[in-house]
Design a protein around this ligand. Structure first.
Ligand SMILES: [Zn+2]
Ligand SMILES: [Zn+2]
Ligand SMILES: [Zn+2]
Ligand SMILES: [Zn+2]
Length: 241
């Protein structure tokens, strides 16, 4: 069976399950219908997330729950009896679904590398190179300001365009050696530091996050992900979790 078809079949099943229980509860009166709306919306939302059903929009599960519950209320009101209070079933339905979603999403945040659960208190970093969300404990390298995977794989971040290098550091430097790896000008593409004028090869500029090893001057026009300070990352992520 087609994977997306299967997901929609599960989704339909959940909605039918929710509706049948809710419809029975509506017939029993508001004292039953309202708590059942809360409970059933919570269960339906949990199932929704458990089966990884479409959740690109966070408001979708609560909206579907509210619509399903209100459909049941409407049917029972018009077909069987009239009870004004039951019209308020949308409130417990929205609350039940919304709260379940909130707690599930909180617990869903995991480190992209070690898969450790990230609590609201833990510090997280967005790696400037791979843009993955990373835990501070095992997967972030403070010294090199990147995730351990990007460090291991030597993932580059600076532009490979000649025009960019000429603009920020001048043309290729043809004498001397790279001040970090000591590679010679014949073999490597050396660019001099705009401040102290010492040569550094393009790979070493990249590995050093665009900073000169000697004087610490940064190249201009670095990628924005790189120029965000670590402190800013702390701040942003604590509030974004
Ligand atoms: Zn981790
Ligand atoms: Zn990374
Ligand atoms: Zn070098
Ligand atoms: Zn320098």
């Amino acid at each position: 069976m087609n994977r997306s078809l299967e997901r929609y079949a599960i989704l339909t099943g959940i909605i039918i399950f929710l509706c049948s229980v809710q419809f029975g509860a509506c017939l029993a009166g508001p004292a039953i219908a309202l708590p059942v709306a809360l409970l059933m919306s919570a269960i339906a939302t949990w199932l929704w997330m458990y089966f990884n059903l479409p959740s690109d929009h966070v408001w979708l599960p609560p909206l579907i729950c509210i619509c399903a519950v209100m459909l049941c209320v409407t049917l029972s009101e018009f077909v069987f009896r009239n009870d004004f209070v039951e019209w308020f079933s949308f409130l417990p339905a929205g609350i039940g679904s919304g709260l379940t979603l909130y707690f599930l999403l909180l617990n869903n945040a995991r480190c992209a590398l070690c898969n450790r659960r990230l609590s609201t208190q833990s510090l997280t970093f967005q790696c400037p190179r791979c843009h993955m969300r990373i835990c501070d404990e095992f997967c972030w390298n403070f010294e090199h300001r990147r995730c351990t995977l990007c460090l291991e794989q030597r993932v580059p971040i600076l532009s490979t365009h000649e025009q960019w290098w000429t603009r920020v550091a001048g043309p290729r430097y043809l004498r001397g050696r790279c001040q970090i790896c000591l590679g010679s000008a014949e073999k490597l593409d050396l660019r001099i530091c705009p401040n102290c004028r010492r040569p550094q090869c393009r790979d070493c500029w990249d590995f050093n996050n665009g900073d000169c090893q000697r004087c610490g001057t940064s190249l201009s026009d670095l990628p924005t992900s790189l120029t965000m300070t670590v402190a800013h990352n702390h701040h942003a992520n604590i509030h974004n979790v």
